[in-house]
Write a new protein. Structure first.
Length: 107
């Protein structure tokens, strides 16, 4: 699913001369599939991604956004859709405080 037309640059983004190119539509890929049925309710793949990312990379991710997107990324790598040697930029946007509300899921 491709996003509709919108600005590819934030007002805070430096001008093009700084070496920050605009994103092309082909470079943006938004996919459904790992969110689960309800907002804020993690599915098993979310919890697996949180544990795997924490144990392998020492990165703490939350079960609302980052856990679900990481589950998708892990699945795409495991399926071969993203090659194991690919360079991937994963934008971690925070969310760690949300873990407090889900502490019962992590014995």
């Amino acid at each position: 699913m491709r996003p509709g037309p919108r600005s590819r640059r934030s007002p805070a983004t430096p001008p093009r001369s700084s070496g920050c190119p605009d994103l092309r539509d082909a470079e943006i890929d938004v996919r459904p599939g790992w969110a689960g049925d309800h907002y804020g309710i993690p599915v098993p793949s979310t919890l697996d991604a949180i544990r795997l990312t924490g144990s392998l990379e020492g990165v703490i991710i939350d079960p609302v956004y980052e856990g679900k997107s990481m589950a998708g990324l892990i699945d795409l790598v495991r399926s071969g859709e993203i090659g194991r040697d690919s360079t991937v930029l994963y934008a971690h946007l925070g969310g760690q405080p949300a873990l407090n509300a889900y502490s019962g899921l992590f014995p």
